[in-house]
Design a protein. Sequence first.
Length: 135
Amino acid sequence: MKKSSIILIVIIAVAIAMILVIYTDSSTYSTFTEAKEKNTELYVVGVLNKEKDLLYDPVKDANLFSFYMYDKDSTECRVVFNGSKPQDIERSEQIVLTGKMEGNVFHASKILMKCPSKYNQDEVEVIETTAYLAE
């Protein structure tokens, strides 16, 4: 077998492996239980616990927002977001968080909200909030 054929086969194998890794990792939503087990940044989808208070005091710290959320398995967890409180989070139908667990608290780096539209009942408005942290 020629060297060029072997190199071509290796390149194709690496490309297939990269495609599989990208597709299996990008579209999965986790739960808070899975986030506790893994020490990587994950996506967690859920709903806001409207019975508990949203903790945000812009005078004390404008870049600290905390709330409680249920994941898709109905597990409740405290969420801390290092950014300002997203507008109309109380009206959100669903929340998607990007972040990771530290102890029993989920630290979110990004919040995506599915909110009811103000203008049309059949449409959904998606609002994205990102916190940029100095590392």
